[in-house]
Design a protein around this ligand. Structure first.
Ligand code: SAM
Length: 278
């Protein structure tokens, strides 16, 4: 690469595990810019030291991004080039950076991507699920009610669904997916990608939840969860379930009506009850 274009923002992907997944171009940019804005400087320093990069670091996280963005844009307008990195993978993908990039573009600063690892795309590339169209949902809400409501809203989504999840909540989230979408929905749990304990499990949700529940090793680390999109069968079943549910509701309390409509049509009970509450 020729010299760094002055006054630009370089948005640089770093590894999601395996250090060798950083690109040659990323290393060159990180070594040449005036400043690296990093989500957590303590986290990024060992990676940069490993590659003998001595560029000064500055913290840019969700709590100071708004303030820092203005200052960094001013520095770029004055001619300095800055790189943005996050703790892992591609900045802005469930990570800080959106405000900075938006402010930089609004000020006419050139933003240049240096692509590389992204856990969602790495998982999709080995999941064996339809990948021509997909939906990235990031993290589900932390609170159970909001999480289930989000899953209910996605119930009929025909495209492959991709979620991020941490070890604290992986089992809870999988259990909610099972409750809302039913045991037959195909799922993939991609754990610790590019790291020592990488595993990629493909099973219907019912079996996957049981597997993770009974194997504590499968609850450790970082996760991408992929769900097959709703097929035409599932859509038809849900529509029929909703029709029967509405008829039964005229005579029964909603919980009872949902239970019976689910038993009659095979539609997931939670989806029917949720559709009535919405
Ligand atoms: N910006 C990152 C990217 O490009 O993938 C994502 C950052 S987000 C804060 C962290 C989440 O990404 C983790 O909780 C996990 O869901 C997912 N993730 C990151 N590294 C992973 C890995 N090696 N294996 C599986 N999932 C990973």
């Amino acid at each position: 690469m020729s010299s760094i274009q002055s006054g630009s923002l370089w948005v640089v992907a770093t590894p999601i595990g395996h250090r060798d997944d950083i690109s040659a171009r990323a290393l060159e940019v990180l070594a040449q810019v005036a400043l690296i804005a990093a989500e957590d400087t303590r986290h990024s320093r060992p990676l940069l030291q490993h590659f003998r990069i001595e560029t000064p670091l500055l913290a840019l996280h969700e709590h100071n991004e708004q303030d820092q963005a203005e200052k960094l844009v001013a520095r770029m307008l004055a001619g300095e080039s800055i790189a943005l990195i996050s703790d892992a993978g591609t900045p802005l993908i469930s990570d800080p950076g959106f405000r900075l990039v938006r402010a930089a573009r609004a000020a006419g600063v050139r933003c240049i991507p240096v692509p590389g690892a992204c856990a969602a795309i790495a998982a999709l590339s080995v999941a064996g699920m339809p990948s021509d169209r997909f939906v990235f949902e990031g993290f589900l809400p932390a609170k159970a009610a909001a999480r289930r409501a989000r899953l209910q809203a996605l119930q009929s989504e025909p495209r492959t669904l991709i979620f991020y999840e941490s070890s604290h909540r992986v089992l809870e989230s999988l259990a909610d997916m099972l409750a809302v979408l039913g045991p037959q929905r195909e799922a993939v749990l991609a754990r610790e990608l590019t790291k020592l304990f990488e595993t990629v499990l493909s099973q219907p949700l019912g079996e996957l939840v049981e597997r993770v529940r009974t194997d504590p090793d499968q609850q450790r680390g970082e996760f991408v969860i992929l769900l097959a999109g709703a097929g035409e069968d599932a859509d038809a079943k849900l529509a029929e379930g909703q029709r029967v549910f509405q008829l039964l509701r005229e005579a029964l309390p909603p919980a009872k009506a949902a239970k019976l409509a689910a038993a009659i049509t095979g539609a997931p009970r939670k989806a029917l009850y949720g559709s009535d509450e919405a």
